[in-house]
Design a protein around this ligand. Structure first.
Ligand code: GLC
Length: 593
């Protein structure tokens, strides 16, 4: 028996009918912005350890940490230079071990982020490739190609980077004497994130070895970054679309009919006038995950893989969670459904059906480090719109409306069967920072689009823990010149943990109650049955999960609640007036005894 099997978290599995991850509430930690234990302005692993009591009290089953590996931080750590070590910014391997042991002590599992699609250009492999000739073994670990044009001066194909600009960069400084001049390398993201060549067995073996490194240390699972991107279509054919993270299509792909318009707005992939994307969701990726599944199965404790795959429709996404592949996939369709009862109902229905068709549970998520926080999205005039970042010149959200809707959407989400993801700070109702100065922005998408996209910094602002401390207590800055790596908006004072802890009706207490109730009634392991009251066309969503009746009002006027049930939990304190539910609110109800 290993140490891990003896942890309380592992023991809690005893007697359960489902593996822990199938109904888990998983809290996403963005390490640089969660808590700063060494007061240098950057969050760290010791900060996570220090706040585990807070997370235990919140009632989460697991944490997922965005990358903390050695990295030049060109994409906030999603550009990994060493997969087997912690960046000094965030601490050390010892800090990781301490954090993991302390989390397990409290029954909290730990999921780490694996970035297999690309490395940093400062990874030892890429440096070696730069110093090697075309056709060499070192070059073959990445996707190097000769350019087009008489002297190779044009990129090998027309692909665009997800962050804007061409997906190819040329090695200007390296010329091995060929008439075609220096080669080009592919980067679906920033030029400092060269794509690995997943057809190369050495790449495949290396990543399995990385998996084992963290499994051996006790990691309970992996969130697989860009899981749909590893294999590219043979021949790297030109493509007239542009793959995005949230938005699937570039504005240059004209929508020619309603379905295309829907596709363009809903984002995700890849089927458009331009045809399927040659860089995403290729069938070959599944062979990789089948092997990884076997590796995880060698370890005790129900380790898991969760795919970050912006793939649609739901049936395509479900292929990632077939029984011999990953355990979960992020269900971005629900996140993209906006504040629209019909789309939400459709998304719930399709997600549950697709997942169950392969015998897996669904997942639910409303915010993460790549999207506008849902409190802010829902406060925009068009709450189904997904801007790529918000700046001070853009429409500013209605904060109160956004928060009411965010809490209502959260209560809806937490009642759905499956596993739910919470992004750090949403339990405080934190809004996006919608007025960051350009000179503090760090997201490469801001720079690669010359500011046309404001980027993702606004959802990555350090958390406020104490309303009256400098940096709102993100670290202890009383005696230093340091402060949070991104400025916090003044409104964060109102949202700070100390302003909400123990305060009835606060968003934090609302999340705590909802998670406790969800656990008590085993909603994550339950079954959804649409109730006769469900009328998406009128803005009402209603379903049963066990004895709990969920009722959400996404419409514009109050609606009658069923008389034979009483309200157990409500998304806002003033949502229920006698027997009517106000707009922008959700309630959980139990039958009258
Ligand atoms: C994923 C990450 C995102 C990152 C990108 C490239 O989508 O969530 O933050 O920029 O991959 O690694």
């Amino acid at each position: 028996m290993t140490d891990l099997q003896q942890t309380p978290s592992a023991r809690q599995d005893a007697g359960r009918s489902v593996p822990w991850w199938s109904d888990a509430v998983i809290y996403q930690i963005y390490p640089r912005s969660f808590a700063d234990a060494d007061d240098d302005g950057m969050g760290d692993l010791a900060g996570v350890t220090g706040r585990l009591p807070y997370l235990a009290q919140l009632g989460v089953d697991a944490i997922w940490l965005s990358p903390f590996y050695v990295s030049p931080q060109a994409d906030a750590g999603y550009d990994v230079a060493d997969y087997r070590d912690v960046d000094p910014l965030f601490g050390s391997l010892q800090d990781f071990d301490t954090m993991l042991a302390a989390a397990h002590e409290r029954g909290i599992r730990v999921i780490v982020d694996l970035v297999p699609n690309h490395t940093s250009d400062e990874h030892v492999w890429f440096k070696e490739a730069l110093n090697s000739k075309r056709g060499s073994r070192a070059r073959d670990r990445y996707i190097f190609r000769d350019g087009k044009g008489g002297h190779g001066e044009l990129p090998p194909n027309n692909w665009q980077s997800v962050f804007g600009g061409p997906a190819w960069s040329r090695l200007m400084e390296v010329d091995d004497g060929s008439a075609l001049g220096p080669q080009w390398y592919l980067h679906l993201f920033d030029s400092k994130q060269p794509d690995l060549n997943w057809e190369n067995p050495e790449v495949q073996e290396e990543m399995i070895s990385v998996l084992r490194f963290w499994l051996d240390r006790g990691a309970d699972g992996f969130r697989i970054d860009v899981a749909h991107g590893l294999i590219k279509e043979e021949g790297l054919p030109d493509w007239s679309g542009q793959a995005g993270m949230v938005e699937g299509e570039s504005p240059t792909v004209e929508a020619t009919n309603i379905e295309d318009e829907e596709q363009a707005r809903m984002g995700g992939p890849e089927e458009s006038d331009a045809g399927r994307s040659p860089m995403f969701d290729q069938d070959g990726v599944h062979d990789i995950y089948r092997r990884w599944n076997e590796v995880l199965a060698e370890y005790p404790g129900n380790r898991m893989l969760v795919a970050e795959a912006w793939v649609e429709p739901a049936e395509r996404l479900a292929r990632y969670i077939r029984q011999d592949e990953m355990q979960q996939a992020f269900n971005f369709d629900f996140l993209l459904a906006g504040w629209d009862a019909r789309r939400m109902a459709k998304s719930i229905e399709e997600s549950l059906n697709a997942a169950s068709s392969v015998g897996s549970p669904s997942t639910w998520v409303l915010s993460n480090h790549d999207t506008i926080r849902h409190t802010t999205r829902f406060g925009l005039q068009d709450p189904t719109n997904f801007p790529k970042g918000v700046g001070s010149d853009d429409e500013q959200p209605d904060e109160a409306l956004g928060l009411a809707r965010a809490r209502a959407a959260t209560l809806l989400m937490l009642a759905l069967p499956g596993s739910a993801y919470i992004y750090q700070g949403e339990e405080l109702g934190l809004p996006e920072h919608t007025a960051l100065d350009s000179d503090v922005r760090q997201d490469p998408s801001f720079f690669r689009t010359q500011g046309a996209e404001k980027g993702r910094d606004g959802c990555r602002v350090p958390l406020p823990w104490h309303s009256d401390a400098p940096g709102y207590g993100f670290g202890d800055y009383a005696a230093s010149d340091a402060g949070p790596w991104l400025p916090q908006p003044a409104s964060f004072k109102r949202y700070a943990v100390d302003r909400q802890d123990g305060i009835a009706g606060s968003t934090l207490e609302f999340y705590r109650s909802a998670l406790a109730f969800r656990a008590e009634y085993r909603l994550g392991a339950g079954i959804l049955e649409w109730s006769p009251l469900n009328k998406p066309g009128d803005g009402v969503l209603s379903f049963n999960n066990g004895s709990v009746l969920v009722f959400a009002n996404l419409g514009t006027g109050p609606v009658d609640l069923p008389g034979d049930h009483s309200v157990a939990l409500s998304s806002s304190p003033d949502a229920v007036d006698d027997t009517r539910l106000a707009p922008n609110a959700t309630v959980w109800m139990l039958p009258e005894k």
